[in-house]
Design a protein around this ligand. Structure first.
Ligand code: WQD
Length: 339
């Protein structure tokens, strides 16, 4: 009997790519999304790619009554919780919005799971929990630094909530700590849809290259790195989606070794901002208009993952390289501009 997965935030960037990969592996997918940071047309795109249109609930997870209705209408085996706000800079300006949305949606969905006797949860965590790590690459036991933003706090607190709830036997959880998700589906039917001016590097590069933005500012080239610009661990969103499928299977088949597991999901390869620009220009043939500016408040100089545990225990390894991350993002950017 195929497992049914409730993908909360399933029309969002990572949620939609995960829904596609789950359907490809014959999971039944139910999508819940309040469309606050996603577009309804993505549901049709999921169908266009897979031939399957997931059951859809337009639900805000901070509304417990509406969230509970999902569980009363459909048997759910595993829940993946993507439905959180994720802008670091916005969370600094509006911390209460982030604490309310990200924490109450997590607590609500777990209370609904408990009432519906659903015990398997995958939590969307982030490398942000590490702050600026002292030792690199970061492993899952690298201690958390004090979160630099409310967004980072909600991910640290989310993991702490799971630690206590799993210890109390209420749920079994797998937290996936994403490094830098980038790229788009190879069909160019899905990808990142940032609202307004993007904060993140990849969408900013793509929109600058396509003429939607004037110029990219490289936030500092005076860091203690080979070319002076920051190093990050960029991971293709399709590889990241596949990690969620592996985690679903792990929980559904009860292969998890403890009730609360955590995995770094990255490539283990650090890449600098200036290297990203070079690869963009090589892959697209477009000369990128950029300048070197001041450092951005709160940026860590270097963050990249030790992915031994994900490779050995989860049985997952990133396959897509930087060229494909750039090319798929570029193809998506051009397709969004044509539609
Ligand atoms: C990457 C590098 C910038 C924009 C964030 C979140 C993290 C995760 C991924 C959710 C940095 C530089 C950027 C620009 C630049 N999201 N940059 N000019 O900050 O590593 O991580 O997104 O989980 O939680 O913190 O990603 O893409 O913003 O920055 O020079 O216009 O690009 O300084 O070195 P970041 P980013």
């Amino acid at each position: 009997m195929a497992a049914t997965v409730l993908v909360a935030g399933g029309l969002g960037y990572i949620g939609s790519h995960t829904s596609v990969e789950l359907i490809k592996k014959d999971f039944n997918v139910i999508v819940a999304d309040n469309l606050s940071n996603s577009e309804f047309f993505i549901l049709e795109r999921i169908e266009q790619i897979t031939g399957v249109k997931p059951i859809f609930f337009n639900v805000d997870l901070t509304d417990k009554i509406k969230t509970a209705e999902i569980f009363s209408q459909h048997p759910v085996d595993v829940v993946i919780h993507f439905a959180a706000y994720k802008s670091v800079s916005e969370s600094v300006k509006e911390p209460l919005k982030y604490f309310h949305n990200n924490l109450s949606s997590l607590i609500n969905i777990i209370e609904c799971m408990k009432d519906a006797k659903v015990s398997k949860l995958i939590f969307s965590s982030s490398a942000t929990v590490y702050g600026q790590p002292e030792k690199l690459p970061v492993t899952e036991s690298t201690p958390f630094q004090k979160a630099l933003s409310a967004y980072g706090s909600t991910k640290q607190m989310g993991e702490e909530i799971l630690e206590k709830l799993t210890a109390a036997g209420i749920i079994n959880a797998v937290s996936l700590r994403y490094f830098n998700p980038v790229g788009a589906h190879g069909s160019a039917l899905m990808g990142e849809l940032p609202i307004g001016i993007p904060n993140n590097l990849f969408p900013y590069v793509m929109q600058t290259g396509a003429g939607g933005l004037e110029q990219l500012t490289v936030y500092g080239n005076d860091y203690d790195t080979p070319d002076g610009s920051c190093l990050r661990d960029y991971i293709h969103v399709v590889d990241l989606a596949k990690a969620h499928v592996m985690a679903c299977d792990r929980l559904f088949q009860q292969k998890n070794e403890t009730s609360c597991e955590v995995f770094n999901i990255g490539t283990g390869k650090p890449t600098s901002v200036l290297e990203i620009i070079k690869v963009f220009e090589r892959c697209t043939g477009v000369k990128l208009n950029y300048k070197i500016g001041d450092r951005r408040e709160g940026d860590a100089a270097v963050v990249y993952a030790d992915i031994t545990k994900a490779n050995k225990v989860l049985g997952w390894k990133a396959e897509l390289e930087l060229d494909e991350m750039i090319k798929s993002s570029w193809k998506w950017e051009l397709s969004v501009r044509q539609s």
